[in-house]
Design a protein around this ligand. Structure first.
Ligand SMILES: C[S@@+](CC[C@H](N)C(=O)[O-])C[C@H]1O[C@@H](n2cnc3c(N)ncnc32)[C@H](O)[C@@H]1O
Length: 241
């Protein structure tokens, strides 16, 4: 990582440390609770695609306050799927501290997606919800996912990708994200900068099509790609070939 990238990545981590305590509340308010359905639907789909009733390990990268880890666990239980370990990885200690209060029985590791202290081919599923946009070294991050996944394992990504359409739904979601979100998020978190960063980071992020290309380039073959809620959030499921 060069100096500029290091500084950018450190600023992002600091920002999440700063908003950690209000992060969950802001999420619920800003998405009106819909973010929960996006995560749960991804878990259900992934378990169906994987088709096994016993898994060794799920790694949730950019786990933040642990919401997706909670969903992996609850939905596995509902479907009688056994999972030996669900591990959270995130470079923000503040976010993981909140997560640890919600799921104290789980393991959290302080690390970035681009360099994870995990064995080769050890995970059945690697997930990252609303995190890949914050990984400055994205290519290295995706390569890490491919390294740590077992052959046939699944990479599950939920993200707000850049919308290059100019139709009415695209204008509506952009208005919400650019004009309303910074004010509402700012009020809840008392940190308007963090919720101004959100639409800016989406605008400078890649499109759904580009994400599929990047996944393929590291040996992760997309098997499911779908936009939810006027394409605001996109779910990608890719299989390690
Ligand atoms: C928007 S939050 C998402 C948290 C959680 N996955 C969720 O769905 O609510 C983004 C997370 O990405 C983490 N993050 C930032 N840079 C990262 C990196 N290089 N590798 C992994 N996670 C990173 C932040 O610390 C933060 O917890």
């Amino acid at each position: 990582m060069n100096e500029q990238q290091t500084e950018k990545q450190e600023d992002i981590i600091k920002m999440f440390n700063d908003i950690a305590k209000t992060y969950d509340l802001a999420n619920r308010v800003l998405s009106m609770g819909i973010d929960k359905t996006w995560r749960r639907s991804a878990c259900n789909l992934a378990y169906n695609f994987y088709g096994k009733s016993s898994l060794d390990k799920i790694v949730d990268v950019a786990c933040g306050t642990g919401d997706l880890m909670i969903d992996w666990e609850a939905i596995a239980k509902k479907n009688s799927i056994e999972i030996t370990d669900i591990i959270g990885v995130d470079p923000s200690v503040g976010m993981m501290e909140v997560g640890k209060t919600k799921i104290p029985h789980r393991t959290f590791i302080e690390a970035g997606a681009e360099s994870m202290p995990l064995d080769d081919e050890s995970a059945d599923i690697i997930s990252i919800s609303y995190g890949i946009r914050n990984v400055v070294q994205r290519k290295e991050g995706l390569q890490e996912f491919a390294r740590v996944l077992k052959k046939g394992g699944l990479c599950v990504i939920l993200e707000f990708t850049k919308n290059d359409k100019h139709d009415f739904p695209a204008k509506l979601t952009k208005f919400y994200m650019n004009e309303l979100m910074p004010h509402i998020g700012g009020l809840v978190s008392k940190n308007k900068d963090a919720y101004t960063y959100l639409p800016e980071s989406i605008e400078s992020f890649i499109t759904t099509k580009q994400m599929c290309e990047e996944l393929k380039s590291v040996g992760l073959e997309p098997i499911f790609v779908k936009g939810y809620s006027l394409d605001m959030s996109t779910t990608f499921i890719a299989r390690k070939i």
